[in-house]
Design a protein around this ligand. Structure first.
Ligand SMILES: [Fe+2]
Ligand SMILES: [Fe+2]
Length: 531
């Protein structure tokens, strides 16, 4: 039966009688490859395939020592065609081995000693009832065995390599592992243990960093009643859109490819893009009506109008003068109309009715006398807010809202992003820039906005349009959103090529379905491991 290729692209040939120098060269190559590998599953698989290759072992198992037990990580058997764990996608589902010296692997782990056995059926030192049972079921014949503890830089055993049935090159006959194999596998096992420690440490550090970022995003999202999932949704869509751009084989972006480290930078930028909103006052983020501050000031205006109404009413016992007979009634009716106009003007609109805004201006010029003191119907600040044409924010409030990007930049400048993450602050800080140079905070134009920032800007724009619960906008259909986004692209605000990839690849439906699944399962990307 032919043997599967190793992850190094080498095919185990059996090396029982191979040239020692060639094997040493191969050992050095493998050592270098192990220390360069950054993915744990690849690394574990490579360790086992490499040691099998060098010793000519037909089968083998790599265990990791965790929580006082040996966990099956990678299992390979060339004759039976078995490959589990590592990059195979099939996890080894066997019960971990307890640290009992009767088990040869546990023995090697406890004492930190290598064990070589010529024929396990002849051995009286260890309990091999398990392998015998396995052989009965599979028809395999376990014979020679080499068990080597994997010790890290501190000499601590962190795993065990168990190699089975050394084969002679040419004949394929099963022979005992040779003594020089022991030294080679021990050297490799130590290297492997250190490599596993390094990869695990790097991964744990990355996971910790991403978890902190996601927690910060969750905190910002939790501030807003209306935009509660914004960062989470943008972060997910941003990564999906980057993947779609990477995958596209047509159009002007067909040649764009993102490596895995580049995808990591894109993902992190998505999670961090609105981190500056941690400084934005909640009442501005959530301003649902034009008069709203910490409360809806419409109530104050209503109270004031009630006072004016009382002041306009004819005093009891005072006989009305003939000329004023119609006066109070007319003024009261006019007052009711004025309050109604204020109420209508307080409701945000995409494009407020100019006649209504003019009416508010008129009302604001009216005054009433209270205890001989003249007061305006509406204060200048109330008038400014009520005459907002679009949405709920005045120019000053809009500027405060927009400073969240400057805060994103300021906060991220304190995080030492290095190497492939060096541009994360650029991608995150440019999500409100526009290709025509009319965005903020820098007014950076097309030449200064990289593709990663353009992708994030589109994810952010889509999310803002798709939100079902914005106070000043009714929910929009996918078709309406696409029309608005295409208009924006035509004005050279967002990147039309990226937008077309999003539309062409049906990403909107895929994203919304994924998000709905997450929601229904009660899951949250804030806490889902970054893989
Ligand atoms: Fe933003
Ligand atoms: Fe955003």
């Amino acid at each position: 039966m032919s043997q599967p290729p190793t992850t190094d692209g080498h095919v185990p040939t059996g090396s029982g009688g191979g040239d020692f120098q060639a094997r040493m060269n191969r050992l050095i190559e493998i050592s270098i490859a192990l220390s360069a590998e950054r993915k744990l599953d690849v690394l574990l698989e490579r360790i086992l395939t490499s040691t099998r290759e060098i010793t000519g072992a037909d089968a083998g198992t790599l265990y990791r020592l965790q929580d006082g037990r040996l966990h099956f990580e990678v299992i390979q058997n060339a004759t039976l065609g078995i490959a589990t764990g590592g990059t195979t996608g099939n996890k080894a589902r066997l019960e971990p081995v307890k640290l009992d010296k009767a088990n040869v692997c546990a023995y090697a782990a406890i004492l930190g000693r290598t064990v070589a056995i010529a024929d396990v059926y002849e051995s009286r030192e260890f309990d091999f009832s398990g392998p015998r049972q396995y052989d009965r079921v599979t028809g395999y014949r376990s014979r020679s065995m080499l068990v080597v503890p994997m010790k890290n830089h501190a000499g601590v055993v962190t795993g065990v390599l168990q190699l089975l049935n050394a084969t002679e090159p040419g004949t394929g006959a099963v022979v005992p592992f040779r003594s020089e194999d022991t030294a080679i596998v021990e050297a490799l096992a130590s290297q492997a243990a250190v490599a596993i420690d390094n990869v695990t440490l790097i991964q744990e550090t990355k996971d910790l960093f991403e978890a902190v970022i996601r927690v910060m995003a969750a905190a910002v999202d939790a501030k807003s009643h209306y935009t509660g999932n914004h960062i989470q949704r943008v972060a997910i869509l941003n990564s999906m859109l980057a993947q779609a751009v990477h995958d596209t084989a047509e159009g002007p972006l067909a040649a764009v490819r993102f490596s895995e480290p580049e995808m990591e930078a894109i993902r992190i930028a998505g999670w961090l893009h609105d981190i500056g909103k941690i400084t934005t006052p909640v009442w501005i983020m959530d301003k649902a009506t034009k008069l709203e501050t910490l409360m809806d000031r419409l109530e104050l205006v209503e109270l004031r109008f009630r006072l004016i109404r009382e002041l306009l009413r004819p005093q009891a016992g005072t006989p009305p003068k003939p000329a004023e007979d119609a006066g109070p009634a007319t003024r009261l009716a006019e007052l009711d109309e004025a309050l109604d106009a204020v109420r209508r003007a307080n409701v945000p609109a995409e494009n407020a009715d100019p006649a209504l805004l003019a009416r508010v201006q008129e009302i604001s010029r009216r005054t009433y006398l209270d205890d001989g003191v003249e007061h305006p119907y509406l204060t200048p600040d109330e008038t400014e807010n009520l005459t907002i044409r679009r949405g709920t924010l005045t120019e000053d409030q809009r500027r405060i809202m927009q400073t969240h990007v400057e805060w994103t930049n300021r906060l991220l400048s304190h995080i030492p992003f290095k190497g492939h993450l060096a541009d994360v602050p650029v991608f995150a800080g440019q999500h409100h820039e526009r290709l025509n140079g009319r965005g903020y905070p820098d007014g950076a134009g097309r030449d200064r906005i990289p593709i990663q920032s353009r992708i994030l800007a589109i994810a952010d724009f889509y999310e803002a349009l798709s939100a079902k619960d914005r106070p000043y906008r009714r929910p929009m259909s996918k078709e309406e959103i696409i029309v608005i986004m295409r208009e924006s692209a035509a004005r050279e605000e967002i990147d039309g090529d990226v937008l077309e990839v999003m539309i062409r690849s049906d990403l909107i439906d895929a994203f919304e379905a994924l998000f709905e699944d997450l929601r229904q399962e009660g899951l949250s990307a804030y806490t889902t491991p970054p893989r």
